[in-house]
Design a binder for this molecule. Structure first.
Ligand code: HEM
Length: 279
């Protein structure tokens, strides 16, 4: 990027931030009306409560603010990368999202959106996207080289569904291919993906991976969600039974140091992330 482009970017960040809600509303309306297939990747209940709509576009603005030294955002980008890999986000998605984001910036800025300004934003987005794609490629490579590891969505079978006394329900999930499952670190999560008939969509939901790794299956705990259309947790509690199939992404997530484990058999350090090790 040229110094002039960086200047243009920095000058427009405050205006876009001020109009953050307008920007993100435009952005998501465009994404889901033009690329409706992406409704299967995003949790639509999060769109309803407004949590996710601001996250993606605001992260792009934060990047633009730090365009002179994006390295300050590296740990944030790592965290987002984990989130993305657990939702099977792929490099080709970035071009789609980029198109909608630049068009939304243009719509929000109106006549102030000169071709030079839009070129500058396009260059900034491409820079960020290639950083993210690189981070995610490394994470996918690490996932797939782990014993029992995989990328994307893998079919699993519900082997046990255990109602707990606290209103929560525990599930034991075994791979449908009969293979092993990758170890995981403390406080890592995976996404469960289900087809929700009321939305006619696949929907993902993240769950912490509980207990200690055993190479055979994963344990997750679901609790009831109120006031949400198409809640994956409610579907797990009300409809899913032992023997049913669902899809899982591989465990992901930057592990906070010293995070409590449910049943830590033994804790070791691997690659800066505390890992469980089965006794
Ligand atoms: C440079 C581009 C992007 C940035 C800066 C970005 C940023 C973010 C951020 C900040 C979050 C929230 C993370 C969290 O909750 O911890 C997020 C979540 C997410 N992103 Fe991205 N993202 C980008 C591109 C993409 C692309 C290309 C896709 C694929 C379609 C995508 C799909 C998602 C999904 C599905 C979530 C989870 C939303 C949910 O909770 O339902 N993102 N992203």
């Amino acid at each position: 990027m040229t110094p002039e482009q960086k200047q243009l970017i920095k000058a427009t960040v405050p205006v876009l931030k001020e109009n953050g809600l307008l920007l993100t509303t435009h952005f998501y309306q465009r994404v889901f009306s033009v690329n409706a297939e992406l409704k299967n990747t995003f949790n639509m209940a999060n769109q309803e409560n407004g949590r996710q709509p601001t996250a993606l576009a605001m992260a792009v603005l934060a990047y633009a603010e730090n365009i002179d030294d994006p390295s300050v955002l590296l740990s944030t980008l790592q965290r987002i990368g984990h989130k993305h890999t657990s939702l099977a986000v792929r490099p080709e998605h970035y071009a789609v999202i980029g198109r909608h984001l630049i068009a939304s910036i243009s719509e929000v800025l109106g006549t102030a959106a000169t071709p030079a300004l839009l070129d500058a934003w396009t260059a900034a987005y491409k820079q960020l996207a290639s950083l993210m794609i690189g981070i995610e490629a490394d994470l996918y490579a690490a996932q797939v080289t782990k014993p029992g590891g995989w990328t994307g969505w893998r079919p699993f079978i519900v082997n046990a569904k255990i109602a707990e006394t606290n209103g929560k329900t525990t599930f034991h999930l075994y791979p449908a291919d009969g293979g092993t499952v990758a170890n995981f670190g403390m406080s890592q999560y995976l996404n469960v993906r289900l087809f929700m008939p009321e939305l006619q969509l696949f929907q993902p939901h993240p769950y912490r991976v509980e207990g200690a790794p055993n190479g055979q299956y994963y344990t997750i705990v679901a609790k009831r969600e109120t006031g949400k259309t198409g809640s994956v947790s409610n579907w797990l509690l009300d409809i899913v039974q032992p023997g049913d199939h669902l899809e899982l992404s591989a465990p992901a997530g930057v592990c906070p140091m010293g995070a409590p484990a449910e049943k830590p058999a033994l804790v070791i350090r691997a690659g800066g992330c505390p890992m469980h090790q089965a006794a």
